[in-house]
Design a protein around this ligand. Structure first.
Ligand code: ATP
Length: 640
């Protein structure tokens, strides 16, 4: 156990600081197991305190946190803390990371901040801080990120020269004067939203040139630039750098894990020690997050600003029944990440955030869309998905010149592809017929919803994009509607290929409802035959043109129908053969080479429902639910 002094510091802090949510800091539980508390390996001292978004309201009780003498990391961000930055904190000289962003703190940043000489990350964004940016920040020689954006800081920027500073943001304050040359290396976004700030890197806002003929002594000019102006500039740059850092970190985490090297910042956080361990594994259970704001961004308030645009943007409905998120890029940076796989769009990472939330971050490669186009496309897709359980919820995105990310829910059940083709033979339970039928139905319903309710094509239907959930009726398609983000097909040979792509489709950027139905047909054939269309063409070798639909067609023509079915299914026996033949017929209609003769997605839903329902395999409730959903979809019809 940590010393009594540390325990009472924590207890008095919590007792004296109003909070909305019980943290369950129970005296009968070891202190090091308390929510948000992290200790050293020997559990002898408290090293970290993470209480982001836990509903702290009001002033931090004075004389409490100062007792945590060994504290290295303190996160009280995204609460509603009032008053000055607690002066206790300036005595915590071991602090490496201090996150107080997203509160209601007022007053100035005192010069005592310079006592925190070990500080590497300082985030005070999105508060109501006033006054000048202290020159004393120059004492923080280890600082790597400084985020002061979204406050009301005034005066000029001090000349900050901190060699390791990578992230600097003072955007959206009331700073004035010229940007000190020591900070001119940060991007313009770092300084945006300060009407009176001028000079490099704000190319469109040069400082007043001296009147012709007057030579300004360089020392005088320097003096003019020093002070608050420098700091302001520095802070602005910070925001953009933070983003970049987060992205880097995601990659670095991965590298770190595999190479056992890399930066401290990206070290994996054991998910079980997160704030909400109950959600540490599996799907997010929702409702437990305090932020209902659509954007986590500090700069969100300053709509349209450059700083805002390079933040993580949350999309889609966040109404009742939807999950609420309170993480930001910084959390993604800290998250323990694992590569799930590399697809045609880019690489997918599973990221377990500090709070225990698990998300998938997709790092998109070769995006061609401009920011506005990208945002509109992602928002439309997210809105459509939010309405339907057979589409994976899309939560947010990040767009910068160099990086484009999507954040989607993590579905722990794995993909249909893995279920069908993963480790065949060796001690696995084959997927039974009923589960396969359910998967087919889910995929079709997801596509039908996109088509009928939103006039959107999916564009990337395949078995690795159908993710399974414990509820067999809730398998969900991912990677929908993203084709518009990428350059035309010839530049992307892998796109929507692997045997799912309709023959008439020359440009993969232009999928149609009919081409989606073709892909669904291939998916059904995959379900029936157990063969992967991605591999089939190459396996069938000599004649490279052979694909799954054509192979099935040829076998069926020769009346070996039963031969096409997956041996695993046939071995399991049962009375399903009639249903298999029925689904085979649906599949063959879908993969017809003449697009006009393919059924549309709602028809396919109906046909599969009939196969399932016709054999009394569903309960009344299920089939009614099913019909209700598709009827609703149909009645809404395509939007103009
Ligand atoms: N939201 C998710 N939850 C769980 N697993 C996922 C999720 N998204 C993707 N995966 C899994 O991660 C792996 C990589 O997915 P990714 O989407 O990057 O590639 P893909 O599906 O193989 O190809 P494409 O990029 O063309 O869709 C796949 O095995 C996929 O099933």
């Amino acid at each position: 156990e940590p010393p009594q002094q540390e325990r009472s510091a924590l207890q008095e802090f919590l007792a004296g600081t109003p909070h909305e949510r019980a943290l369950g800091w129970n005296a009968s539980v070891p202190t090091c197991d308390w929510t948000g508390v992290r200790c050293d390996a020997a559990n002898a001292t408290v090293l970290e305190l993470h209480l982001p978004g836990v509903g702290l309201i009001g002033r931090v009780a004075p004389g409490t946190l100062g007792g945590l003498q060994r504290l290295q990391v303190l996160s009280l961000r995204d609460n509603r803390l009032l008053g000055d930055i607690p002066s206790d904190l300036f005595g915590l000289t071991q602090l490496r990371k201090l996150y107080l962003q997203g509160n209601l703190l007022t007053g100035a940043i005192p010069a005592e901040v310079g006592r925190l000489a070990s500080l590497e990350h300082l985030a005070l964004s999105r508060n109501n801080l006033t006054g000048a940016i202290p020159f004393a920040l120059n004492n923080l020689t280890k600082l790597r990120s400084l985020s002061l954006d979204g406050n009301s800081l005034s005066g000029s920027l001090p000349s900050l020269s901190i060699p390791r500073l990578q992230v600097f943001n003072v955007s959206y304050n009331d700073l004035n004067g010229s940007i000190p040359s020591s900070l001119a290396r940060f991007p313009p976004e770092s300084f945006a939203g300060n009407a009176q700030l001028c000079g490099e890197p704000l190319i469109d806002k040069p400082c007043q040139p001296p009147p012709p003929g007057v030579v300004v002594p360089s020392s005088k000019k320097k003096r003019k630039l020093s002070g608050a102006a420098v700091v302001a500039i520095a802070v602005g740059v910070g925001a953009a750098a933070l983003l970049a850092l987060v992205l880097l970190a995601l990659c670095a985490v991965h590298r770190h894990r595999h190479a056992a090297s890399g930066e401290e910042e990206v070290k994996a956080t054991p998910p079980t020690r997160g704030l909400t361990p109950s959600t540490a594994s599996g799907e997010m259970m929702g409702g437990d997050f305090t932020s209902s704001s659509k954007e986590i961004s500090a700069a969100a308030a300053a709509a349209g600003g450059a700083a805002e645009r390079s933040r993580l943007v949350f999309v889609g409905k966040q109404g009742p029944g939807q999950h609420h998120y309170s993480f930001d890029l910084e959390d993604l940076l800290r998250a323990s990440a694992e590569v799930l796989g590399k697809g045609s769009l880019g690489t997918s990472y599973k990221a377990v955030l500090e709070e225990g939330t698990t998300v998938v971050v997709k790092r998109l490669r070769d995006v061609a869309a401009a920011r506005r186009e990208f945002a509109a496309c992602v928002e439309a897709a997210a809105a459509a998905a939010a309405e339907h359980q057979n589409l994976v919820p899309l939560r947010g995105y990040y767009y910068s010149k160099d990086e484009k990310l999507l954040v989607v829910d993590y579905l722990p059940g794995g993909s249909l592809s893995a279920r069908l083709h993963g480790s065949r033979g060796t001690g696995r339970t084959p997927m039974d017929w009923e589960a396969r039928m359910r998967a087919a139905l889910c995929a079709t319903r997801g596509v039908a919803h996109l088509h009928t309710a939103h006039s959107l094509a999916h564009g990337n239907v395949k078995s690795s994009n159908l993710l399974l959930r414990p509820d067999p009726n809730a398998a969900a398609l991912s990677d929908y509607c993203l084709h518009q983000l990428f350059p035309p097909a010839p530049a992307r040979p892998g796109w929507s290929s692997g045997g799912y792509r309709a023959p008439e489709l020359v440009d993969a950027r232009r999928p149609t409802f009919r081409s989606d139905v073709y892909s669904l047909g291939v998916l059904f054939l995959e379900i029936l035959t157990g063969k992967s269309p991605a591999h089939h063409a190459s396996l069938d070798g000599a004649d490279g043109a052979v694909d799954l639909p054509r192979w099935v067609q040829s076998v069926v023509r020769e009346e070996w129908t039963a031969e096409v079915f997956d041996a695993e299914l046939v071995r399991m026996g049962g009375s399903a053969e009639e249903e298999m033949v029925a689904l085979l017929q649906v599949a063959m209609a879908c993969v017809s080479t003449a697009p006009d003769t393919r059924p549309d997605a709602p028809e396919v839903v109906r046909m599969i429902e009939e196969i399932v329902g016709g054999h009394g395999r569903t309960t009344t409730e299920e089939s009614e639910g099913t019909r209700g959903a598709s009827e609703e979809e149909r009645s809404r019809g395509p939007t103009p």
